[in-house]
Design a protein around this ligand. Structure first.
Ligand SMILES: Nc1ncnc2c1ncn2[C@@H]1O[C@H](COP(=O)(O)OP(=O)(O)OP(=O)(O)O)[C@@H](O)[C@H]1O
Ligand SMILES: [Mg+2]
Length: 232
């Protein structure tokens, strides 16, 4: 479904991604793990189109995306849940979700109700400001806002970051259910390796702007992986 081919991405003269390749099959959850600063967020921003790819290419459903702008990538079915959630705290839950729907109002007209059925808590809090929700609820709102755009591939940047452990478990079940029920493909960037291992079918381990290795989730706790790529 998605193919990332040897992409290079830079901030000014500082090259951060130095030839990253990965693939996501339809309906598959893959995870990207790695230490702080190795380029995980940069990779997701390049896939959604917020950062320019200087070398290499991206294809989605066989179409070359490399020169396609971010809003058009979203319209074609890629959803993005940024690190830190970035919901609008002064807008209501409804207004936050409407932003996701406005991307393509005709196509997404029926999505709001469907998404609220997935997240009953957001229906309860529909008219409250986003900033009044708990951290876990704000993360659900950020995910729901992306889902209103009706994506087939969802990019999730550290959804468990800063969330209470009991809520992390609830989020794990929610993400698994979305994948199962809607055959929604995902790239899950995570530092919480138990969370990543529970959800992903394959795990890409990043190190300094490159994919160092690809492993199956049951290998995520292996001493070599932890020591070489995760321990600080
Ligand atoms: N806007 C920017 N301008 C310049 N350098 C940046 C910018 N954003 C990120 N970087 C640098 O690019 C590198 C990769 O950053 P990135 O945010 O992709 O890492 P990450 O793996 O997502 O880290 P974390 O786990 O902390 O979220 C880091 O060295 C970072 O300092
Ligand atoms: Mg990051």
């Amino acid at each position: 479904m998605l193919s990332v081919n040897d992409i290079h991405v830079a901030y000014g003269s500082s090259t951060v991604l130095q030839g990253v390749s990965l693939e996501v099959q339809a309906g598959e959850i893959v995870s990207v793990i790695g230490r702080n600063g190795v380029g995980k967020t940069t990779l997701l921003k390049a896939i959604i189109g917020l950062l320019k790819v200087r070398q290499g290419s991206l294809t989605f459903d066989g179409d070359d995306l490399t020169a396609v702008p971010a809003y058009e990538r979203a319209r074609r079915g890629i959803g993005y849940v940024p690190q830190g959630r970035l919901i609008f705290p002064n807008l209501t839950v409804q207004e936050n979700l409407q932003i996701g729907a406005d991307l393509d109002p005709v196509k997404n007209s029926g999505m709001m109700d469907e998404v609220l059925d997935e997240f009953p808590i957001l229906r309860e809090r529909f008219r409250q400001r986003g900033g009044t929700l708990s951290g876990g609820q704000q993360q659900m709102l950020a995910i729901a806002r992306a889902l209103v755009g009706n994506p087939r591939l969802l990019l999730l940047d550290e959804p468990s970051e800063g969330i209470q452990p009991n809520i992390v478990h609830e989020m794990e079940e929610k993400i698994a259910a979305l994948n199962r029920r809607h055959n929604l493909s995902m790239i899950l960037v995570e530092q919480n390796i138990e969370f990543a291992a529970a959800l992903a079918k394959r795990v890409y381990v990043m190190d300094k702007g490159l994919i160092a290795t690809e492993i199956s989730p049951d290998k995520i706790m292996d001493e070599n992986i932890v020591r070489n790529f995760l321990a600080v």
